[in-house]
Design a protein around this ligand. Structure first.
Ligand SMILES: [Mg+2]
Length: 450
């Protein structure tokens, strides 16, 4: 969308009948733990119960609160705020430093409970899981009752940790249902009540619709989720520019496009042409490399992918160039990690060939490509990495960017400010905690980090 294109008027909207039939019998339950890290702390430290607490990545007034407790949220404290800013809203907020091993232990126990009712359980993150109950129609007559049973099982194990459960014909709507009632919610979205629920929501209440997407929709005259659901496929395709519009049509009309279908991405690449002014400064060249890596990171986060290989090229005005390919021991998603590996290769070459800096004033272009992707649901933790809090911090960062615009939160790497950087390094997944029989595949993750 170029800045010259003018918003179109609402009257252009056409409402067509739905062309996608709901798959008969599909049923998904989504479980979202409420204020998860904070509730875990309150579970194991009863003195914190009923109090506004903020779980932070490290002990400093500048640390970001990655999880406010339900009590702190009542004061307006939100995930991602600096502790110093939280104190303006909630002077008595109690900072608590994160204990990821604890959240993993609880995660595993909750997964055990879910798996006792259905084999088709997928952990979406440390505090969210989706259960595909489509083939359990004859096993459970009443899925609201089943949800209550699950809540009760969790209560019996951890009385202070609450969850919101959503039930719907597809995973998107089931997740949306968890957003409708918090904390301790239980909402079922059905073909009969969906319009009633959507009528109470703004576009940005839909997971995945933030600033940019909201603007796209409003530009073609769709102002709310109800209009969006009844808009034609063609109109949504126009709003989102193709297949993405089709997916939105499916999501709001009961078809499943999120649970099992993810198109296989083979390669992602990005490159920059460097002006003479830019190549005059080594630091500018190095920050261009950071921005290339960051762009790839954003795309990987969006698609839930990690890469196992990367290549880097640099071209000079003399028409010469250099390139290198790297295979990672651990899948990589983090821009700083990607940059680190590339810089290592560059320094290796500089030293072994006794050339000066590769980032000379003759650089004409640079590019990074990544490939050999793996889905974050298949990611294995390395034994000693502590990646869960990094996972949350990065997701939070991207959520904030989506919501308030790209520049509201910037990575440390983008600012070259090491104190900010600490909050945003790394990313991970919980999938190594998958249960195999009664055993957790990686027991080390349940032990305290030192
Ligand atoms: Mg949650």
């Amino acid at each position: 969308m170029t800045p010259n294109q003018k918003p179109k008027q609402s009257k252009n909207v056409r409402y067509d009948s739905n062309s996608i039939a709901m798959k008969p019998g599909s049923l998904v339950m989504y479980i979202d733990m409420n204020s998860y890290f904070a509730s875990c702390e309150q579970q194991f430290r009863p003195e914190l119960r009923g109090k506004p607490i903020g779980v932070t990545t490290y002990d400093s007034p500048h640390a970001a609160v990655i999880a406010p407790s339900i009590e702190a949220k009542k004061f307006g404290v939100k995930t991602g705020m600096r502790l110093s800013d939280c104190k303006l809203l909630c002077p008595h907020i109690i900072p608590v430093t994160t204990r990821p091993y604890l959240y993993r232990i609880v995660h595993v126990e909750i997964m055990r409970i879910l798996q006792s009712y259905c084999i088709d359980v997928l952990a979406k993150s440390i505090d969210e899981a989706v259960i595909n109950l489509s083939s359990y129609r004859l096993v459970y007559k009443d899925f609201v009752e089943l949800a209550k049973k699950i809540k009760n099982d969790i209560y019996n194990k951890y009385d202070y940790i609450k969850c919101s459960i959503g039930i719907a014909p597809n995973s998107f709507l089931a997740k949306l249902a968890t957003e409708l009632q918090k904390p301790d919610g239980l909402v079922q979205i059905t073909p009969e009540n969906i319009d009633h629920h959507l009528a109470t929501l703004k576009l940005t209440d839909l997971p995945g619709i933030a600033g940019r997407n909201e603007r796209r929709l409003k530009m073609i005259g769709i102002d709310n989720p109800l209009q969006m659901r009844h808009a034609s496929q063609a109109l949504l395709r126009k709003a989102f520019g193709g297949i993405v519009g089709y997916y939105w049509h499916c999501r709001l009309n009961f078809s499943e496009v999120d649970l099992y279908s993810r198109s296989q991405t083979r390669t992602m690449s990005t490159m920059r042409t460097v002006s003479r002014e830019q190549s005059a400064s080594k630091q500018t060249l190095e920050s261009l490399l950071v921005s290339l890596c960051t762009r790839l990171e954003q795309r990987m986060v969006k698609q839930g992918l990690f890469c196992r290989e990367a290549s880097f090229f640099i071209k000079y005005r003399s028409k010469t160039g250099w390139d290198t390919s790297i295979r990672f021991a651990q899948p990589v998603q983090d821009a700083l990690e990607l940059r680190k590996y590339i810089l290592e290769r560059i320094h290796e070459f500089e030293q072994s060939h006794n050339v000066g800096t590769m980032f000379s004033n003759q650089v004409q272009s640079m590019g990074v490509a990544i490939q050999n992707f793996m889905d974050d649901s298949a990611l294995q933790y390395s034994l000693f990495d502590n990646r869960i809090q990094q996972d949350v911090v990065r997701k939070t960062m991207y959520t904030l960017k989506d919501k308030y615009g790209k520049n509201i939160v910037r990575k440390g790497s983008e600012l070259f400010n090491p104190t900010v950087m600490k909050d945003a390094i790394g990313f991970g997944s919980v999938k190594d905690l998958l249960l195999v029989g009664d055993d957790v595949t990686n027991q080390y993750l349940l032990e305290e980090d030192y």
